[in-house]
Design a protein. Structure first.
Length: 317
């Protein structure tokens, strides 16, 4: 049987300078370096074959297994191969897929953050859905029509030129199969308690390598690993004490008022002992009653703005 082997990127462009090795049923191997044209083998016998590629920076390793039947046709292939190879009756096309990894961290302490909705947009063309995968470790994310909430870590969405996913707080997200081109990465929704990054991240992929265009302390780039870093929203602790300081006083009703229209739904309030009872949010105000036994009140995730604190009822005495 005669069989040809070609080497392309995900846009179908021929690639040169890559070493491929074909292992034959008798155990013998033959290697060659791609030159932009297909390598043709003649008189191939029936049996199992394996095609591998020497390690390449920024690309997912190629490892393709297939079998030629007694009638001279390819009769089996491993399903894993199909993301980076096209097997026809008379030829194999090896597809190089660049891998870009995205990490989401706290800018202050590098803690992994869950719940960030991140979108990557190709700005100069479309994506090839046939060869694209989104993974965390060895786990493939599931392509979905929509992401229901910011805890939908196992899914991603895709349009002709975008991929959107949600960070899980544990693992990098690997996007495999992005073509060479120009891209923008946007934080659509920040994790609870964090501010969104102040600027989008723009970059180019050239020969599988990420080349950043954005320079910001909110992003780190190492090879094809991109880390997006969010700052935590501020928190304040408020204590009601007698003049001159001392212990917490019981019975003062305090009200904190935010600017009109401020969304306080994600503000988390708690006393020093961890309890939350009787800390109430209504519209743009938060009210509570001071309690010596519980301690002061800490309000976390406060949106930016100018606030007013007032005592609406004084403690007894």
């Amino acid at each position: 049987m005669e069989l040809s082997f070609a080497k392309t990127d995900v846009d179908g462009k021929a690639m040169t300078g890559y070493k491929l090795t074909l292992k034959k049923p008798d155990g013998n191997e033959e290697s060659w370096t791609t030159d932009g044209t297909a390598k043709i083998f003649t008189n191939l016998t029936a049996g199992k074959y394996k095609l591998t590629e020497a390690a390449q920076n920024n690309y997912v390793p190629v490892d393709i297994a297939f079998e030629i039947g007694d009638d001279g046709y390819i009769v089996t292939e491993n399903a894993e191969s199909m993301a980076y190879a096209e097997l026809g009756s008379t030829g194999v096309t090896v597809i190089n897929r660049a891998q870009v990894s995205v990490d989401k961290q706290n800018i202050a302490n590098s803690k992994e953050l869950a719940g960030a909705t991140i979108k990557i947009t190709r700005t100069n063309g479309s994506l090839n859905a046939d060869v694209l995968e989104v993974k965390r470790g060895e786990t493939l994310l599931t392509k979905a029509d929509s992401l229901e909430d910011n805890a939908d870590y196992s899914k991603y969405t895709q349009t002709s030129n975008t991929i959107t996913f949600i960070s899980d707080g544990e693992n990098k997200t690997n996007i495999i199969g992005l073509p060479d081109g120009t891209y923008t990465m946007t934080e659509v929704v920040a994790p609870d308690g964090y501010n969104k990054v102040s600027t989008d991240f723009t970059f180019t992929i050239s020969k599988g390598q990420v080349v950043p265009a954005t320079v910001s302390e909110e992003y780190d780039v190492s090879g094809n690993d991109i880390t997006m870093k969010d700052g935590q929203k501020p928190s304040v602790t408020i204590s009601k004490q007698a003049v001159g300081g001392g212990e917490e006083l019981t019975g003062a009703v305090l009200k904190l008022t935010a600017p009109a229209g401020t969304d306080l739904s994600k503000v988390k309030g708690s006393y020093s002992d961890g309890s939350t009872d009787k800390i109430e949010t209504s519209g743009n105000t938060i009210t509570w009653t001071s309690d010596k036994a519980k301690g002061g009140v800490t309000l976390a995730n406060l949106p930016a703005g100018v606030y007013t604190l007032e005592e609406t009822t004084a403690p007894d005495g």
